[in-house]
Design a binder for this molecule. Structure first.
Ligand code: UDP
Ligand code: MG
Length: 319
């Protein structure tokens, strides 16, 4: 029997989990009947402190097709997705957020698209950013434009992590075991064919987003660093530009002195230039440092996550 594993990363989702579970179950029950398939729900508790894990444990006691992984602390959504993909055993694997922003009803269409063999993956893409602060939407759009240019990858604006993929793509994603994970880039990087399913943005059904503006900004920069070395090229080019500009300036000052006999004017302009260039140098060194910090994180070879507890269907035991 064909099996679909649905990976659900959860971090402090106590408020929304019961509504999510009820809605998901009505979708999965229908799929199981209609397509004669088995569905496993694989919850990944990313170090929640609000009782989310207790709710998941309860669900897994009530139903045999629910397993879970629980982290020793919060490792971040990317680590939760990776852990889920590592443990997923189905011929098809889906990723789904627990906050009901991704309508689980789309799973049926996703399954049909991938099962038909026409596509390796079916992914959700929101067509609008209703309910999002304007400034955040503006920066998000700029970010997608920049990262597409810099990485050369088709990183789609509005693409969600919500998707269903076949075994081939699932295996390919697992081959990329880098620590600085940026799933929105990893999926297009591995290639394969993706069917985009569009839907209108929905707000969280409860609880709160875990992404502050600053967190998103760093995540965006991590994404660029993970898929492009263009910032390094840009700062090198800027360095060359500064050198050329200062050479022109020196020639201009010498010519001015020789032709008109002008004394060298004013230290304020000099001070401004020094301030500007040293600021630029610090910024450029910072970019370099950011890449080095990412290399440092990779070479330490620490695990993506640490498990505290799990119930995994393969062994059907708490280990
Ligand atoms: N999440 C997680 N670990 C984190 C942050 C988020 O597992 O450190 C989960 C969260 O519980 C939710 C999903 O990732 O199921 C998406 O999180 P959120 O809604 O905060 O992000 P957004 O929808 O704003 O991208
Ligand atoms: Mg969300």
């Amino acid at each position: 029997m064909i099996k679909l594993t649905i990976v659900i990363p959860c971090f402090n989702e106590k408020d929304v989990l019961p509504a999510f579970y009820e809605r998901l179950c009505s979708v999965t029950n229908k799929l199981v009947k209609q397509y004669e398939m088995a569905i496993e729900l694989l919850f990944v508790d990313d170090g929640s402190s609000d009782g989310t894990l207790e709710i998941i444990e309860q669900y897994s006691k009530e139903a045999s097709d629910i397993s879970y992984l629980s982290f020793s602390r919060n490792f971040g959504k990317e680590a939760a997705i990776y852990a889920g993909l590592e443990h997923a055993q189905g011929e098809y694997v889906a990723l789904l957020d627990a906050d009901l922003q991704d309508p689980p009803e789309l799973l049926e269409q996703m399954y049909k698209e991938v099962e038909s063999g026409m596509f390796d993956c079916a992914a959700a893409r929101r067509t609008d950013r209703e309910g999002e602060p304007l400034i955040r939407s503006f920066f998000a759009r700029c970010f997608y434009r920049i990262i597409r240019k810099m990485s050369g990858l088709e990183i789609v604006d509005g693409a969600r992590d919500f998707r269903l993929m076949n075994k081939k793509m699932h295996r390919a994603i697992l081959l990329l075991d880098e620590k600085n994970r940026f799933s929105k880039g990893l999926f297009p990087w591995v290639g394969f064919t993706t069917k985009w399913i569009e839907y209108e943005n929905t707000e969280r059904a409860g609880g709160q987003t875990k992404w502050s503006f600053i967190k998103l900004l760093f995540y965006a920069f991590d994404g660029i660093v993970a898929f492009s070395s263009a910032p390094l090229t840009i700062v090198s080019l800027a360095g060359i530009l500064f050198m050329i500009l200062s050479a022109i300036l020196v020639l201009f000052i010498i010519a001015k002195k020789l032709i008109w006999g002008d004394p060298v004017a004013g230290w304020p302009s000099l001070a401004c230039i020094i301030f500007f260039t040293s600021g630029a140098q610090c910024f450029f060194t910072g970019i370099l440092g950011y890449y080095i910090s990412k290399i440092y994180a990779e070479i330490k070879r620490r695990p993506h996550y640490i498990l505290k507890d799990k119930k995994h269907l393969k062994h059907d035991s708490n280990t």
